[in-house]
Design a protein around this ligand. Structure first.
Ligand SMILES: NC(=O)c1ccc[n+]([C@@H]2O[C@H](COP(=O)([O-])OP(=O)(O)OC[C@H]3O[C@@H](n4cnc5c(N)ncnc54)[C@H](OP(=O)(O)O)[C@@H]3O)[C@@H](O)[C@H]2O)c1
Length: 258
């Protein structure tokens, strides 16, 4: 990754920050995008103190023109090696269709698909020949769970987006990869939006968040949930020469549950 530019949308979040640190340790220049300067500076500061190279841009992913200009500015310093979407958007989980409005169903689908399109549109023209666009999904992309109509459909759409985007990127040699990840308990502790999403889902089941996550771990063949370090390591692997034939693909971090 030496000197390669890595843009992480949602770079101040739980998975985004862990991935930024991992990319920086691999020698990349990381560019963190999020709305809150304080959160961005905290992550960039930690990376710089470790000897890494980090830059921040306080932008809203839904401001397509600002995102396009930012990618162009980053690319002027030697192209873009990685564009990663680690945006987290609050949404309803835990309510079945009888108690779900059209707006609540549609909200995560619209938000996540717009975010992925805007990021990919900004990054794609500048991706280096061995560059990669990385997205995140969950096992709800292929498995059915109660109360997941909106977000489960979103996850399936993200994986479909990556599959089709891979064909658009292939002529320039660039790739698209999705990391399908089970719930990460550490993300809740790190202040992820998932804390609120999981709290509502747990309430609907009449259990605590920690009990719900313990059940989720037991439901996996490996009896464990992924860590932030593992998710970040997968992102670095997806960008490495070892993955240069991997595109339109899903890296599965669900302990065998899907
Ligand atoms: N956490 C998990 O257990 C888990 C498991 C599997 C998959 N995932 C997926 O991984 C992704 C990231 O999850 P996470 O837990 O790391 O989320 P998170 O900790 O809540 O981080 C979300 C990031 O997105 C940024 N963001 C939110 N809205 C934005 C906007 N409009 N424009 C720009 N930046 C925005 C946030 O910063 P600002 O709020 O300052 O903008 C923050 O940097 C999500 O798509 C989630 O579905 C998470």
């Amino acid at each position: 990754m030496q000197g390669g530019n890595v843009i992480i949308y949602g770079g101040s979040g739980a998975i985004g920050a862990a991935s930024a640190r991992a990319f920086a340790r691999a020698g990349a220049s990381v560019h963190l995008v999020g709305r809150t300067p304080r959160k961005l500076h905290a992550v960039a500061g930690a990376i710089i103190r470790e000897g890494g190279d980090a830059h921040t841009a306080a932008l809203d992913i839904f401001d397509g023109e600002a995102i396009r200009q930012h990618a162009e500015t980053v690319a002027a310093r030697g192209g873009i090696a990685v564009g990663m979407v680690a945006i987290g958007v609050g949404h309803v989980q835990g309510r079945a269709i009888a108690d779900l409005s059209l707006d609540e169903f549609e909200a995560p689908i619209t938000a996540y698909m717009r975010a992925h399109f805007i990021a990919a549109k900004a990054v794609a023209p500048h991706l280096s020949a061995d560059g990669v666009f990385i997205a995140l999904s969950t096992q709800a992309a292929t498995l059915a769970f109660p109360g997941m109509l909106g977000f489960g459909t979103t996850c399936a759409a993200i994986e479909g987006f990556i599959r089709h985007l891979s064909r658009d990127l292939a002529p320039r040699g660039a790739r698209a990869v999705c990391i399908r990840c089970d719930a990460i308990p550490e993300a809740v502790e790190a202040g992820s939006h998932s804390a609120e999403v999981f709290a509502a889902a747990a309430r609907a089941q009449g259990v605590s968040v920690s009990a719900m996550l313990a059940d989720a771990a037991r439901a996996t063949p490996l009896q464990r949930l992924p860590t932030l370090t593992e998710a970040a390591a997968c992102a670095v692997f997806a960008a490495s020469p070892a993955a240069k034939t991997m595109t339109g693909a899903v890296i599965n971090l669900t302990g065998g549950v899907s």
